[in-house]
Design a binder for this molecule. Structure first.
Ligand SMILES: *Cc1c(COP(=O)(O)O)cnc(C)c1O
Length: 377
């Protein structure tokens, strides 16, 4: 008996460019296996050149670690409150709690699905009235779509609250001609396995000041004082990126532009082939925004339709996933303060991420669209 195994299609698998192995081999050949080394410096340089806008990059072991260090550099500590976009992955919020601070969640607007400037303003006013000035704001370019940068940063500036710009999903996206990652007091990137480029695991902290970069590297390498022996005046972390993994990153940076083009091509294919179905809608780029379209997301009319599509794809060995479950609805954050308007809960109920890897072939896209069309007939 022969059984046909349908080719698995993943949501967002890694996609190597070709030169990664050569950089990793360099690390082996020169015995730069330890953290620090030419690949780390080279990777940082290529990120700085790409992001531009006078940005410095410190490569770390994860995006989560970058948010943790970023919050610490902004002075967040025990008992503080930090405003965080509710519609995001848990890693945007978790590091707030590592420092003994509390997240205050703010819901999204419908145009970009990111933090609502209106609700952000209301939340800050209400926290101030309660005698608690938020220590920082974590804003996220979710799925690669830039948040309303001008509005959010104007509010932050008005109240003198620093912004951590979570660009984990938005490397290659831009807003009014400037690259995502370059807007926040601190920006962060992720090179986790499912992101637009990957080092298998890794991240970066972005900032505008070389001294802050040096402070980040100092904290990320166990906060060693300048002495021949091991002396410490501050608590440090082991958060630096390894020189081996940075080699993968250097190879990936060479193909980043191609990866963005491929992801955007996926989005366009889905839109061309599915938007005539009344049960499927897409979110467009507002004027001035350019999304890397890390994941193509669609909205359906209901939870039932979303699940119908998801299970039909699953039955054909195709991975799709509901949109992020908002943080204010997560069991672990059930006691957190939140300012909500129903937008992110609606998106979570009705939205689905379709396979979006940069290595998808037209045949794969055709197969996926055919299944969806068949379900919605
Ligand atoms: C992936 C991701 C992170 C965390 O990055 P890691 O490198 O996986 O630690 C943070 N925020 C968002 C929005 C992410 O998608």
């Amino acid at each position: 008996m022969e059984t046909t195994v349908l080719k698995k299609i993943w949501l967002s698998p890694p996609h190597m460019g070709g030169n990664e192995e050569a950089y990793v081999k360099e690390a082996f050949d020169s015995n730069w296996i330890a953290p620090l080394g030419p690949n780390v410096q080279g990777f940082e340089k290529s990120i700085e050149d790409f992001v531009g806008n006078k940005t410095y990059a410190a490569c770390l072991s994860s995006g989560t670690g970058a948010i943790h260090l970023g919050l610490e550099l902004l002075g967040v500590g025990q008992g503080d409150e930090v405003i965080c976009q509710s519609f995001t992955f848990a890693a945007s919020a978790n590091p707030i709690t590592y420092l003994g601070a509390s997240p205050v969640f703010v819901d999204s607007e419908e145009e970009t699905w990111n933090i609502s400037p209106v609700l952000l303003g209301e939340a800050i006013k209400d926290r101030l009235a309660k005698g608690k000035k938020p220590k920082a704001i974590v804003a996220v370019h979710l799925y690669g779509m830039p948040y309303k940068v001008d509005e959010v940063h104007a509010i932050a500036k008005n109240y003198d609250i620093p912004v951590i710009e979570d660009s984990a999903e938005a490397l290659g996206s831009s807003y009014r001609g400037f690259n995502c990652g370059s807007f926040g007091d601190i920006g962060i990137l992720s090179f986790n396995g499912n992101k637009i480029i990957t080092t298998s695991g890794g991240g970066a902290l972005l900032c505008k000041d070389q001294n802050i970069k040096e402070k980040a590297v100092f904290l990320a390498t166990q906060a060693r004082d300048n002495a021949p022996h091991y002396q410490h005046s501050e608590i440090g972390y082991n958060y630096r990126m390894s020189n081996v993994l940075a080699g993968i990153g250097r190879g990936q940076m060479e193909v980043l532009r191609d990866r963005v083009e491929s992801r955007r091509r996926n989005f366009q294919y889905y839109k061309d082939h599915l938007s005539n179905l009344s049960d499927i809608t897409f979110v467009n780029e507002p004027k001035g925004s350019y999304s890397n379209r890390w994941l193509t997301c669609v909205l359906t009319p209901s939870f039932e339709v979303r699940e119908k599509i998801r299970t039909a794809l699953d039955n054909e060995n195709i991975e799709s996933r509901p949109l992020w479950k908002p943080m204010h609805t997560q069991p672990v954050f059930k006691n957190s303060v939140s300012y909500v308007n129903g937008v992110s809960e609606g998106l979570f109920e009705r939205g689905l991420c379709l396979p979006s890897g940069s290595s998808l072939e037209v045949d794969d896209l055709e197969r996926i669209c055919k299944i969806i069309k068949n379900e919605l007939k």
